[in-house]
Structures are given as structure tokens and as C-alpha cells.
Design a binder for this molecule. Structure first.
Ligand code: UT7
Length: 343
């Protein structure tokens, strides 16, 4: 059975920077830079321009990852795209990514499978686990895994929505999970979920139990009330559970691998709140030089946080071959996960 390793990474964030002051001055949100930085660590985020969506962000990140892996687009056996902000209700953005990458063009088109993963902030780790299994089973040699989010289109950018809208930004991160006979790669992964908390952090938009699923006016024009349209979150409950579940899932993969904290060279955590990650670091005893964060610059990009972090860490030289890397994420669902990779 081959090992599955990450042969290339890439990331893309849109060029438009939105600072905390911009949220107040441009969008009229009653907030302050100090409140956001103190509670979350976020200083700015990126917003994509109108007309740009999740498959497009994913395309730019994927092209980088393909190049970094030294493969041709046609070598990709499968696409896995994680997003809570897909371009449409259906079909998923994965098929659009395949088309954008040119995988449906020409006589030799392979029309590779494209799977959308709906696991919010843990979406990348769910996708990585799936890709690893696909590669280890021998089914595919190279799987493209992408986390991509266009949050800015679906944030309540008003004072009413400030608890959520101050947190999120747009971006995409990608990697190629490839087969190798070398003694390296994804060693272990663990995933979990607890649907009792499905409504603690959610954006419903519609309720399929209703007939029709979105109420309409006399002309049949859908009417979505604000409480359905925008994300709602019980922040403190999410925070508490994030710390517990991320610690627990890290311990699972540590014990499965028979390793301890000091064996890990770099920790890549989901970027939801700098305080969550600092709390985790204090609890587990992670020295600052082994933990990288970029939430200050991008906010929470949900499924894209870990692959963006990974790609940035590689480019800055913080993530090098031979390192043992630990990842953990937690988010809406609740869902969570962790992974250990020998880079
Ligand atoms: O990736 C998905 C997972 N998500 C997370 O992990 C998020 C976890 N939770 C959190 O990060 C934190 O709970 C938040 C950053 C979301 C909120 O921080 P908090 O310390 O829990 O604040 P809070 O929600 O209890 O709100 C405290 C006060 C409230 O005012 P009152 O009721 O005390 O008068 C809020 O209305 O802060 C107010 N507030 C704001 N003020 C200025 C909420 N958002 C803002 C804002 N600017 N953006």
C-alpha cells in the first residue's frame, strides 16, 4: 500500500484588504479595531469583488498547488473541494473547479470525479482524510484537495450581524495528495461530529421541511427573513467546545502514533480565533516557535484556513521536508478533526 503525502501546496486570497476600521467606516458597523483584535486577533481580512466566487478562488490556489507538485493537470485523479460558501445551492463548486482547470476540455478529457465536502471549518481535514484513503487504497495517484470560501457575499455587514461578520474573510488553499513509496506522508487522521449542536452555529437560508422551502410573496418571489438569511452563532459555546474537541482530537492522533507533544515540529491549527489557539498552546505546552497563525491578516476563512496556513508556512520556510506536523480544526456541526503528517 502506498503512502499518501502532500506533494504541493498553493493559496490565493483576493487583493482587496478590509481592515477593522473599514468595517466601521465603509460598512457602518458599530465596532472598533480594539474590540476585534482583543477578542479575536483579527486585524484585517480579504473580500473578493462582486463577480468572483468560490470556484474561481479555488482555481487560483489549485493551479499553484499543481505547479508546486510538479504534475500536469491531467495527472489529477479526483477533486475534493470543501466549502460552506459554494457558488450555488447545487451543483457543488467541485465540478466548476474541474471545468475551470480545463479537465473537461479536449478529446483526452478524463472528466475526473469531483466531490464537495460540507463540513465547514473542519472541511479541509475531512477532505484530507478522504483523499488519503483514496490514495492509499491505490484508487488514485494524485487527489486535488481544496478549501475555498467566499464569505463576504453572505455576511450581514451591519451592526446586527457584527458578532459573526467581523470574523470571516475570503480565500482558498489547496494541496495535492499524492502516492509515494517513501516513508512519509499522512500518518494518521481523526474526525468527529456532534449534531446536537447543529443550530449553535448555522446559516439556514431555507428550511426544506417547509412547502415551499423558501416562503414566497404573492408573485412567487422568495422571502428570506434575516434570522434565516444570516449566520448565527452562540460564540462562547463554540469557543468552549472548540478548545475541548481540538485538544481531544490531537491527543487521539498522538496516542495512535505513539508520539508526544515534543515530537511535533509544527502545529497548524484552524484559524477561528487567536485566543482559541493561544489557549490550546498554553494547555498543551506548545512553544511559540512551533505554532503559526495568520488569522491577523485573513480572519477566519473556514475550510481554507489550514491549507492557506500550510502553503504560507512552506513558502516562508517554516514548514520543511522531514518535519512532523500536527493539524486540528473545529467548527459548525459541530465537526472537528486532526491529522499527523511527516512532511
Ligand atoms: O470557525 C468557526 C468556529 N467559530 C469560533 O470558533 C468562534 C468562537 N467564538 C468566539 O470567537 C467568540 O465568542 C467571539 C469572538 C465570537 C465573541 O467574543 P465574546 O467574548 O464571546 O463576546 P460576546 O459574544 O459575549 O459579546 C460580548 C459583547 C456583546 O455586547 P453586550 O451584550 O455585552 O453589550 C456583543 O454585542 O460584545 C458585543 N460585540 C461586539 N462589539 C463590538 C459582539 N461583536 C462585536 C463587535 N464589535 N464586532
Amino acid at each position: 500500500m502506498p503512502n499518501a503525502y502532500i506533494s504541493g501546496t498553493g493559496f490565493y486570497v483576493p487583493p482587496r484588504v478590509v481592515t477593522n476600521d473599514d468595517l466601521r467606516e465603509q460598512y457602518g458597523i458599530d465596532t472598533t479595531h480594539e474590540w476585534i483584535v482583543e477578542r479575536t486577533g483579527i486585524e484585517e481580512r480579504r473580500f473578493a469583488d462582486e463577480g468572483v466566487g468560490t470556484a474561481e478562488l479555488a482555481q487560483y490556489a489549485s493551479e499553484q498547488a499543481i505547479e508546486a507538485a510538479g504534475i500536469a493537470k491531467d495527472d489529477i485523479g479526483m477533486i475534493i473541494l470543501a466549502s460552506l460558501s459554494p457558488d450555488y445551492c447545487f451543483p457543488g463548486s467541485g465540478v466548476m473547479l474541474g471545468q475551470r482547470l480545463g479537465l473537461c476540455d479536449g478529446d483526452g478529457a478524463k472528466f475526473v470525479p469531483a466531490l464537495d465536502v460540507r463540513n465547514q471549518c473542519s472541511g479541509f481535514l475531512y477532505s484530507l482524510g478522504t483523499a488519503t484513503s483514496m490514495v492509499k487504497s491505490g484508487q488514485y495517484k494524485h487527489v486535488l484537495v481544496v478549501g475555498s470560501e467566499t464569505h463576504s457575499a453572505a455576511l450581514d455587514l451591519s451592526t446586527r450581524g457584527r458578532t459573526v461578520s467581523a470574523l470571516f474573510g475570503d480565500g482558498a488553499g489547496a494541496c495535492i495528495v499524492s502516492a509515494t513509496d517513501e516513508d512519509r506522508g499522512v500518518r494518521s487522521w481523526y474526525l468527529g461530529s456532534d449534531g446536537r449542536y447543529a443550530e449553535t452555529l448555522c446559516q439556514k437560508v431555507w428550511d426544506i421541511k417547509q412547502r415551499p422551502f423558501i416562503p414566497g410573496d404573492a408573485d412567487g418571489v422568495g422571502q428570506v427573513q434575516p434570522e434565516m438569511m444570516w449566520a448565527k452563532m452562540e460564540g462562547r459555546k463554540v469557543f468552549k467546545n472548540a478548545v475541548i474537541r481540538m485538544t481531544e482530537s490531537l491527543m487521539r492522533v498522538f496516542s495512535e502514533q505513539g508520539i508526544v507533544r515534543d515530537d511535533v515540529d509544527l502545529f497548524l491549527f484552524h484559524q477561528a480565533n487567536l485566543r482559541i489557539n493561544q489557549y490550546l498552546a498554553d494547555q498543551i505546552g506548545i512553544p511559540p516557535e512551533k505554532l503559526v497563525n495568520n488569522i491577523m491578516r485573513y480572519g477566519n476563512t473556514t475550510a481554507a484556513t489550514i491549507p492557506i496556513l500550510m502553503a504560507e508556512a512552506e513558502r516562508s520556510g517554516k514548514l520543511k521536508p522531514g518535519m512532523k506536523v500536527a493539524m486540528a480544526a473545529f467548527g459548525s456541526g459541530f465537526t472537528w478533526g486532526s491529522a499527523i503528517i511527516d512532511w
